[in-house]
Design a protein around this ligand. Structure first.
Ligand SMILES: [Fe+2]
Ligand SMILES: [Fe+2]
Length: 264
């Protein structure tokens, strides 16, 4: 099975020729399915873009959402609209709203959006404040003093949902592919070949998802966990444990691209 992986395509920034080029790259990979690890567009456009992708690519499309997909709406409302769409369009599968997907009798796919959850780095002394706080209604309608607790809350919810999914992966699993938007470890949070510092880590690492993954890998040494993510727009690979590897893919605004083909 060939899975074409692409991330942070930010289609609201993409002109027609670049869209066509992206589509041609995906088609040339002859995939059996496509995987998108979030930041597909923004909330007022993401439904349109997902429909357009489903109409243009004849394979199943597995995806999670990234922080940009919620811009100009709320997290819950966007997830609800996207879940409804994915239930309506056969080829679209919103992994955050699905249990484990069987890719083969021994290979499974699970996914979860994730969130930069302020559990890594130094939120209080960080100079970084993402556009998320000015564009996602969950943040704009509360006092900034509540933001770090909200980030931790989003991370906790993602971690719990992921834990629930991993718990029901069948016992015959030998490899689990985990698709998420936010790198789950500092070591997987790349910027120009280096890993993140304390200023960026609160917003670019989902530490609670990382803890779930690490615990699962330790408790299941016979299962290989391969995690794919985006969000930082810079690529790299981190081997956290012998059976837990995280690939983070690079991305550029306006030039969506196929990152790689994963062979199962
Ligand atoms: Fe992005
Ligand atoms: Fe992102």
């Amino acid at each position: 099975m060939r899975l074409a992986w692409t991330t942070d395509i930010h289609l609201n920034h993409v002109q027609m020729p670049a869209w066509d080029q992206w589509l041609a790259q995906v088609a040339a990979a002859r995939p059996d399915a496509v995987l998108i690890t979030g930041d597909i567009s923004e909330s007022d456009d993401v439904i349109f873009q997902l429909r357009r992708i489903a109409e243009s690519i004849p394979t199943p499309i597995y995806f999670v959402l990234g922080n940009h997909d919620f811009y100009f709406s709320s997290i819950a409302a966007t997830r609800q609209r996207v879940s409804a769409l994915a239930r309506d369009v056969d080829s679209l599968c919103y992994l955050s709203d699905c249990g484990p997907i069987e890719l083969s009798p021994t290979h499974f796919l699970v996914g979860e959006d994730g969130w930069g959850d302020a559990t890594e780095g130094d939120y209080e002394n960080s100079m970084v404040r993402l556009n998320d706080f000015a564009t996602i209604k969950d943040f704009t309608r509360v006092d900034p003093i509540d933001w770090p607790a909200m980030l931790r809350g989003q991370g906790a919810e993602s971690a719990q949902r992921l834990q629930d999914k991993l718990a029901v992966v069948p016992a015959q699993a030998r490899e689990i592919l985990v698709a998420t938007h936010v790198p789950p470890f500092r070591e997987a949070c790349w910027y120009e070949g280096k890993t993140t510092d304390d200023h960026w880590a609160p917003f670019f690492v989902c530490g609670q998802v990382g803890k779930v993954l690490r615990d699962y890998a330790r408790q299941n040494p016979g299962v290989q966990l391969t995690v794919i993510c985006g969000h930082t727009h810079h690529g790299g690979t981190a081997e956290m444990l012998p059976n837990l590897v995280v690939h983070t893919a690079a991305a550029d605004y306006g030039i969506p691209k196929l990152d790689r083909v994963l062979e199962i």
